[in-house]
Design a protein. Structure first.
Length: 219
């Protein structure tokens, strides 16, 4: 078997196919004939327009005398990567979200222009679609079916219009309170294994601070 081509030089699957092909002195047309495919198919693979499927990748490894593991470990093309279930998540930028106290969260209800970064006690790295996020530690038995004690809850304070069933942080009787939003009639419900927690009817003096986007259990 031929010596393993240098991975640092060829990072993508297409680049590795091209490097291995050239190390054997083959043209794209030569390789296409050996594989029983068209020359444009080889060109598409090498340029990263598409990636060969697993069976064809195994055949390429055999013809090019290159380790299948090395070929398959290359970076995938943009088109193929976007088909991955996690592609949209992976493309989101990482941001450092301020961890604030519940008391500080109350300030956001009173002043919508307040900056939670100025209240930060710590930061947590998160990927999310919104840039207006803060996090609070939650210890509330009224929502223990959704959030265990000491769960870090990330709140999107740009979204103050929860949908039915969403969890949101609201300013209730001068206290930030996390509950499940229910519509018709508008109310904040507990979600607990324990009976007796109050359902809070929405009134003009209750302010939605934001909706929960992520929860993180820290051990």
């Amino acid at each position: 078997m031929a010596a393993n081509p240098e991975p640092a030089i060829a990072r993508s699957i297409g680049e590795r196919i091209k490097q291995a092909r050239k190390s054997h002195g083959l043209s794209q047309a030569d390789l296409a004939r050996r594989l029983g495919v068209s020359q444009p198919a080889i060109a598409n693979w090498e340029s990263g327009i598409h990636d060969p499927r697993r069976l064809m990748l195994a055949k390429l490894a055999e013809v090019l005398e290159a380790p299948l593991e090395w070929l398959a470990a290359g970076d995938r093309s943009v088109v193929e990567s976007d088909k991955h279930a996690g592609a949209a998540y992976i493309r989101r930028p990482l941001q450092h979200v301020p961890v604030i106290s519940f008391r500080a969260a109350a300030l956001l209800a009173q002043d919508m222009s307040a900056d939670p970064h100025g209240m930060a006690e710590d930061y947590i790295p998160v990927t999310a679609g919104s840039s207006k996020l803060f996090a609070v530690f939650l210890n509330d038995q009224a929502v223990n079916l959704a959030f265990l004690p000491d769960t870090l809850v990330v709140v999107d304070y740009s979204d103050r219009l929860p949908g039915d069933g969403d969890f949101c942080l609201a300013h209730v009787r001068e206290t930030p309170t996390l509950r499940r939003w229910r519509a018709l009639p508008a109310r904040l419900e507990p979600f607990s294994s324990e009976p007796g927690h109050e359902t809070i009817a929405m009134t003009p003096d209750i302010t939605i601070i934001g909706c929960v986007r992520v929860s993180i259990r820290i051990h």
